[in-house]
Design a protein around this ligand. Structure first.
Ligand code: GLY
Length: 348
């Protein structure tokens, strides 16, 4: 078992344990269990056996349930269970469970401890790490949320074995995004492009992804500057996620990489085109066929409202430039919308 500890400027400590067969290690007292119905169908018996009398709430599975209703339902269940300040909630599931559960734990009595057991590839390499919690609100992704580091995260490769191929594809979205920030990871991904759906290969690179993210979070937990690099491709990903709604977050991140690599080429003079094409090739391989997307101009309208934007009528993006290098762009909205429309013609 490998352990990575994140100590933030805010003096919070989060321990990430990475290995196999960690279920028996989740030894802490657990006072409330939050999961979703899909995960509970798989792991409910195991959880009930380990935590027989622990109050449990299973939300409907899926990103469309990352809402205020789910959050309020969860808080009501926590109140009903009479949780106290010193109690601990276990969030057992994918990214949505972690985001909503982490937010509820941070809000309830101004904060109780939270432990994550991420069960998807995406939540293992990205969303369970770093303390971002949120719900979508008013047509904007992750608008209501707080930074709140989990006390512990148990990243267990056992859970990857039961994932459908689509979930692997979603995790690859964030893994290839990390590859755009880390030369060595990029090389590993390129050298093993024929193993992008091989679980042994993926389990092997999970710790590297976590270490990369942990390093960024430790230096800028509240996203004042550096952490914005982790938003690479995410403005366009969120724009299509809100407008198109047919795919999952990680698949839209792959699509975001395809678009934003092209935007970088059009706007910046110092891009490495060969590298950007290789990055796009990786995203295409992970995605399979690029799906027909809805009107790119409609998607651009959602980007106009993105919470990452820093100036009126401008769209903020983190785009790949050269191996391991990225740039922050603030593009006039009309220009961004034109780019999306143009690039969509060439991709789909
Ligand atoms: N998923 C981006 C971040 O955690 O900052």
């Amino acid at each position: 078992m490998k352990s990575i500890v994140i100590q933030t400027e805010q003096k919070t400590t989060s321990e990430i344990l990475i290995g196999q067969g960690l279920f028996s290690e989740i030894g802490e007292r657990i006072d409330f269990l939050f999961t979703d119905l899909n995960v509970y169908a798989f792991y409910g018996a195991k959880l009930r056996e380990k935590y027989p009398n622990v109050p449990t709430y299973a939300m409907h599975a899926g990103e469309k349930f990352k809402t205020k209703i789910t959050l309020l339902n969860l808080l009501e269940k926590m109140r009903g269970a009479e949780l106290k300040r010193g109690d601990t909630m276990l969030c057992f599931g994918g990214g949505v469970v972690g985001d909503v559960g982490g937010l509820a734990a941070a809000l309830y009595m101004r904060g109780i401890d939270c432990i994550h057991v991420p069960t998807t590839l995406l939540s293992q390499v990205d969303s369970s790490i770093g303390g971002k919690t949120a719900i979508d609100f008013g047509g904007i992704k992750n608008l209501i949320g707080v930074f709140s580091q989990p006390k512990k995260v148990y990243v267990d490769s056992d859970y990857l074995k039961t994932l459908p191929p689509r979930e692997i594809r979603c995790g690859l979205g964030e893994i290839i995004k990390h590859g755009a920030l880390d030369r060595e990871l990029f090389k590993i991904l390129c050298d093993h492009r024929d193993r992008l759906s091989d679980l042994d290969f993926l389990s092997g690179i999970v710790p590297r992804n976590i270490a990369l993210k942990a390093d960024v979070v430790e230096r800028d937990a509240h996203e004042k500057g550096l952490r914005k690099c982790l938003n690479l491709a995410h403005t366009t990903a969120h724009a299509f996620e809100l407008s198109d709604r047919n795919l999952s977050h990680g698949e839209y991140v792959l699509i975001g990489i395809l678009f934003e690599a092209e935007i970088a080429k059009r706007v910046l003079k110092d891009t490495d085109e060969e590298y950007l094409n290789e990055l796009k090739e990786l995203a295409r391989l992970a995605l399979g066929k690029v799906p027909k997307l809805i009107d790119a101009r409609e998607a651009a309208q959602y980007a106009r409202l993105d919470k990452k934007n820093t100036e009126q009528e401008k769209v903020s993006l983190t785009v790949p430039v050269r191996q391991g290098e990225y740039a922050f762009l603030d593009l006039p909205y009309e220009q961004y919308a034109d780019f999306l429309a143009e690039i969509a013609e060439t991709l789909c």
